[in-house]
Ligand binder design. Structure first.
Ligand code: COA
Length: 147
């Protein structure tokens, strides 16, 4: 992800989350050497989806992932997640974790299908809707770095 991707990213972000990240939040991540900011782009550099993942001290954290509503269900979210895991492995992580809204069935199915396991609940974690967060994690193996 780079500055020229941000219009497309923000368009998806605003329709994907009750409390979207601001443009500045993405820009701050461009300056963090522990942050991977990824986009999936189509013909003409149309932004189809994106992900943000941090790797610090051997642990990766998936902070954001979204796909354009018109392009969901086509494998783009899975491809972004696979690339996050690959980069986590290359950055020396042994685990990747994330929080997801308790009611977000589509995302939870994606994570489980990628080997993530339930670790716990954070009650009322999302203050905008008072929804609980479900925590998932997955081991990151050296073999995940391939490809
Ligand atoms: C979650 C999200 C990123 C998935 O992206 P996607 O490109 O649609 O997902 P994929 O096409 O790669 O699907 C991968 C798997 O996710 C699950 N999945 C995706 N959409 C689903 C849906 N509508 N219902 C149930 N499961 C779904 C399935 O297990 C699917 O595997 P399958 O196709 O073999 O059945 C996308 O739905 C999205 O942008 N949602 C809004 C933002 C969001 O909730 N982000 C996650 C925050 S934690």
């Amino acid at each position: 992800m780079g500055p020229s991707d941000l219009d497309g990213v923000m368009e998806i972000e605003k329709v994907s989350f009750p409390t979207p990240w601001s443009r500045e939040m993405f820009i701050e991540d461009f300056h963090r050497d522990f942050s991977d900011t990824l986009v999936a782009a189509g013909p003409g550099d149309e932004i189809l989806g994106y992900a943000v993942c941090w790797t610090i001290a051997g642990e990766s954290h998936l902070l954001n992932i979204a796909v354009h509503p018109a392009r969901r269900g086509q494998g783009i979210g899975r491809a972004l997640l696979i690339e996050c895991i690959r980069r986590a492995a290359r950055a020396g992580a042994s685990v990747i974790y994330l929080e997801v809204r308790a009611g977000n069935v589509a995302a939870q199915r994606l994570y489980r299908s990628m080997g993530f396991e339930f670790r716990g609940i954070r009650k009322g974690y999302y203050t905008d809707t008072a929804e609980d967060a479900v925590i998932f994690d997955r081991e990151v193996r050296k073999s995940d770095a391939a490809g």
